[in-house]
Design a protein around this ligand. Sequence first.
Ligand code: DX5
Length: 227
Amino acid sequence: MAPGDTTMLVASVLPADFAELGRQVQEIEKAGIERIQWDVMDGVFVPNLTFGPDVIRSCRDRAGIGFEAHLMVADPDPLLPLWIDAGCEIVIVHAETCRHLHRTLGRIRELGARSGVALNPATPLQAVEHVLDLTDLLLVMTVNPGFGGQAYLSGMEPKIAAARAEIDRRGLDVELEVDGGIGPDTIGAAARAGARVFCTGSALFRGPGTMADRAAAMRAAARGGIA
Ligand code: DX5
């Protein structure tokens, strides 16, 4: 990140070659990406199944950058400690899956991690207005969760803008992250709406040039959206 640059790229490992995950984690770090998102899916909350904490743990020592666990699971509470033990510094739960979201976010922090809450496209910002002070990261989904390579939902931009306005109005230290369909052609609009952290999978792993080239192009487009 260049000095004064408030944007951050987060790499989703969903498009990675799972047979070469350790090497791919190192490649992400070498490309200058600040954080990795582990898309945890249980086949119940979303129609896809990915990996558990042991896979994350096996990659922890391959890179020095941060790990965030994006829990797309029907019941995140029982396994919360495992993601932190596996090396995730941020644990993101979906508002739609927590019967007691206030308690869950507080427990993530008690366990020593930073808390995050994600909103599906159909879930209004109001679902988290009473817990924004308990969360360190708000993840606005710009696709319906479950799969990489989907089209960016520009209809989420008013929600991103409302989230930005609310965070700034209350002076909260909450990262505003977007996830889904983020690439060079969409990151500018998401940044203009107010996002500053961008989770990207397909556009980072595939496309012209190297991963570092693709990351640089997205950073430039994000800065262009803010300017
Ligand atoms: C959806 C996943 C994806 C992934 C990013 O459940 O969360 O959004 O992280 O995938 P791309 O960048 O390919 O949309």
